[in-house]
Every structure is written in C-alpha cells, then in structure tokens.
Design a protein around this ligand. Structure first.
Ligand code: TRP
Length: 338
C-alpha cells in the first residue's frame, strides 16, 4: 500500500496578545482551510517575540494562552494539525545556529522587515545599537522554523514574503555547501491580504486601537463599530449616503452581510431611509451573530487550562520527533562529531 505523502506547510505567529478580526479573516481562515489538505505545523513564535520584547516578558504566558485560545476557537484543529510552542522545540535553535554560520551578514541586512524593525527601534530608543544580535537574527530564526520540517509552503501575508525568499536562498546555499539535496526551497503561499480594514480605515492592528478582537463581547463590538468611518460627506441623517464612499462600515457589510442584506443596506443608505447609527447597530448584530460560536467555544476552552497545556506539550513533542530527524540529517551533512 502506498502512503499518500502530503505537502507540508508551516506558519507561526508571535504571541503579542489577543487576536483580532484582521487575523481571523486574513490568516486564520486560510490556515483552517489548508490544514485539511496539508501536513500542517502551526506554532507560537515566543522566541521571535523576545527579539523585541526581551524586557517585557510579564505577560508572555498570558499572550501565548490567548493566541492558542483564539486559534482553537477559530477552528485550528489539534487532531489534524501540529500546534506547538517554538521554545518547546529547541531543535529550532540548533538549526538556527547551523544556518547562522552559512548566512552572509549582508543577506540579513537586506531584509526589508528587519529594516522596518530597525526603524521602529531607532524611533523608540534613538540609538540603532539597541538592535540586538537576536533581532538581527530574526530572519535566520524564521528560516530555521521553516526548514525544520522541510516545508513546501509557508502561508503568510505579503509582509513576510521577503523572509521566505531568504529561506529559499539559505536552503539552496546549505545544499550547495554540503553537497546534498537535503532542503527543498519553500514557497510562500500568499494569504489574500486582509479584507478587513481597521475601524479608522487603516490596516487593522492592535497598536493602532482600531481593532475588534475575536474575543470581544457583543457590547464591546457594538461600541467599537460605532467609531467606524462611514461616508464622510454624509453629515446629517437626512443626507443621502453613498456606500461607495463609505470607508469602513460598508466594507464590513461585504464580509458579514448576505447579498440581499447588502442590497438592502445600499438602498436604505442611498435613499436616506436609514442613518449611519442604525446601519452600524445592525452591522454589530451581524458580526456578533457570526462570531458567537467562536466566542462561545473560546469561553468553554478558557475553563480548561489543563487541556490547553496538554495541546501545547503534546504538539511540541510531535513536532520534536520530526525536528530531530532533520537535525540528524543536518549534522551528518556538516560532519559533526558523533
Ligand atoms: N515573522 C512572522 C510574523 O511576524 C512570524 C513567524 C516566525 C513565522 N517564524 C515563522 C511565520 C515561520 C511563518 C513561518 O508574522
């Protein structure tokens, strides 16, 4: 009997706190679909979080738990996907050190995300030398995450593509240097950019104060939706609105409303039958309906800390088995002492 070999995917998120609807529609929904088809590894990148938050670790544990809760509630399935914590698979660090030896410094310096991070550091501390050795290694650590399972695809947003390109370069260089066809060259699998803008019209982000969390209560959701931007030319309720110029709220309707509901909203807005306040109230109700099963499941899971811990530990053990196989091959290729 021939075993069907599935292609592999790996992706991770830094534990920065509760996830928002931008994560849900932009990343998680994609992962949830892909996990049915691919051998999937999803991990919480706590070491990557340390690259910038090394001195703010008080809420690390809570952040990890919140990410896990959001993943599970959204439908990442631990029965079919391997969910793990980066630091519980220390083979990641082993591979990282080997990759760091063969990665030219100027390859890392070219990394655009790193340049952005460096800029943020510079803005905060006014001193570029605060960019740590670890942060500098961010893209190499990410390459180790990906190569640890010899993944074929990496489902990420457009902002991460440069990192995957670097991984391809490093994988090729490893094969060349040690004259072995060990690593394949992973491809980014682009997540359609988040369809969901922040309430202020910018990219939805935790630090911009424009997000709706997966775990927000219906009341909070309604409060937040009230701040969403609509058609700026529609000042009074009697003014006729134009959904084409509605900057945020109508975009949300396109995701949460049925076709018929969208038509109805358009008609009532254009004829000034319905004002923005009412429209937002209706939208909040729709979002809350949509999110209710996820939020209910999250509340249930919150009551089961042992189960959550078990998922992280069991998943990490499972990941470690595969990771160890890779390390053996790598160390043989490099001719490390055995
Ligand atoms: N850098 C990614 C982010 O900030 C997180 C990440 C770390 C990752 N390692 C990875 C994503 C490996 C995909 C594959 O979103």
């Amino acid at each position: 009997m021939t075993e069907i070999i599935k292609n592999k995917i790996v992706s991770g998120m830094r534990p920065t706190g509760k996830l928002h609807l931008g994560h849900y529609f932009g990343v998680l929904k994609n992962w949830i679909n892909l996990q049915k088809e691919y051998e999937s590894y999803f991990f919480i990148a706590d070491w990557h979080a340390l690259t910038t938050k090394y001195n703010q670790t008080e809420d690390m544990k809570e952040n990890i738990e919140n990410v896990l809760l959001d993943w599970l509630a959204s439908g990442i399935n631990p029965e079919i996907s391997t969910i793990y914590l980066q630091s519980l698979v220390p083979e990641t660090a082993q591979l990282h050190i080997y990759l760091s030896m063969i990665t030219p410094q100027n390859w890392v310096e070219r990394d655009p995300t790193l340049k952005d991070l460096a800029k943020i550091m510079k803005d905060k501390h006014e001193n570029i030398s605060n960019l740590s050795y670890g942060l500098f290694g961010y893209p190499v650590l990410m390459s180790a995450d990906i190569m640890l399972f010899n993944s074929n695809f990496v489902p990420v947003g457009i902002d991460q593509v440069a990192h995957v390109e670097l991984t391809r370069d490093i994988a090729r260089r490893f094969n060349n240097i040690y004259k072995i066809e060990l690593f394949n060259e992973p491809q980014p699998k682009l997540t359609k950019t988040s369809l969901l803008k922040g309430l202020d019209g910018n990219k939805m982000g935790k630090s911009f104060n424009n997000d709706i969390k997966i775990s927000d209560s219906p009341e909070t959701t309604e409060q937040k939706i009230k701040t969403g931007i609509t058609d700026r030319n529609r000042i009074k309720k009697n003014d006729k609105g134009n959904p084409q110029n509605c900057e945020v709220i109508y975009d949300y309707w396109k995701i949460f409303g049925s076709n018929n509901e969208q038509i109805e909203i358009c008609t009532d807005c254009q004829s000034a039958k319905m004002g923005c306040a009412e429209c937002k109230k209706k939208l909040a109700r729709k979002i809350n309906e949509y999110m209710a099963p996820i939020r209910d499941k999250r509340k249930e899971l919150e009551k089961q800390p042992d189960y959550l811990r078990n998922i992280i530990y069991e998943g990490s053990k499972k990941a470690q088995i595969k990771a160890k196989e890779t390390i053996i091959k790598v160390e043989n290729a490099i001719r490390m002492y055995k």
